[in-house]
Write a protein that binds this ligand. Sequence first.
Ligand code: 4VN
Length: 323
Amino acid sequence: MFSTEFIAFDSCTPQKAVTNDDLSLLVDTTDEWISTRTGIRERRISEGENTSDMCIKVAKGLLKKSSVSAEDIDLIIVATITPDFATPSTACMVQSAVGAVNAFAFDVSAACSGFVFAAGIADKYIRSGMCRNAIVIGAETLSKIVNWRDRTTCVLFGDGAGGALLSRSERNCYIAEDMHSDGSLGMQLTGGEAKVRNAFADPEEPDRRYLEMDGRTIFSFATRKVPASIRTLLEKASLTPDDIDWVVPHQANSRIVEVVAKKLDMPPEKFFMNIAKYGNTSAASIPIALAQMSDEGLLKKGQKVIISGFGGGLTWGSAIIEI
Ligand code: 4VN
């Protein structure tokens, strides 16, 4: 068996920052309401850049930071629910743009858990000896599926991409994982529906293209499942909360993270938060956070970090990684 090490992190977000005050001109809301309920102060919104454009910048950044050559990449996975196309996959667009001619590439659809699930897949390919180097990206242009007339959702989401380069290593830096789905709750968080419309089928209902969620259901799901998942994860790894240097949760809502920290009896300072600047970027939120932490020198070699994604599907998954 082989082991997986995280070699580099990188991110890319659109230039345009949209503040809560900017949004209060579009829908009936206030900076006060948004920031106290969610912790969000601004988010980046695409002025035309699509998901693949941000992913390509992240992949190029990862190759540069790791000094791995494009030909040595064996696997590219993009986790997204807002791809440019159904086909080609975003990952194949990345492959072509960076010249990773020896890689196989595909997208993963697991909403806010997408990056964690995709990192788990890449780890298995590396661990088994089938791949040496993998690029894993979480990326969303959620502004494509946000209903800009719905004040309950349009204030929550943002656009961006982040990723990691994972390589075969002597050091085992993917320590444990705990992954779950509960499709029976799937309709509590929906978006991007494409109904069957053809010469033989003509549904009366319109497509539910826009992101819709039952906020209370999702909030209570997250505050129940995330602490349980992190407890299971620590047990699997024979570690205690004190052994963990950082928790990097999906940036869905700062109040959820406060509840999770309290339930786990862990200091909230260990939970990295940047939702104030980026809002909820679904699959991109964890790798954007990891890249920021790495760039700011917050991640030190040997530190143990829990990443925890939760959301659409419904899905939730956590992993302990060592830097
Ligand atoms: C995971 C979660 C959320 C989420 C759920 C609820 C919520 C985000 C509801 C109450 C509302 C403020 C906002 Cl837990 C979203 C996703 C999707 O990525 C995943 N915010 N809120 C209020 O009235 O206070």
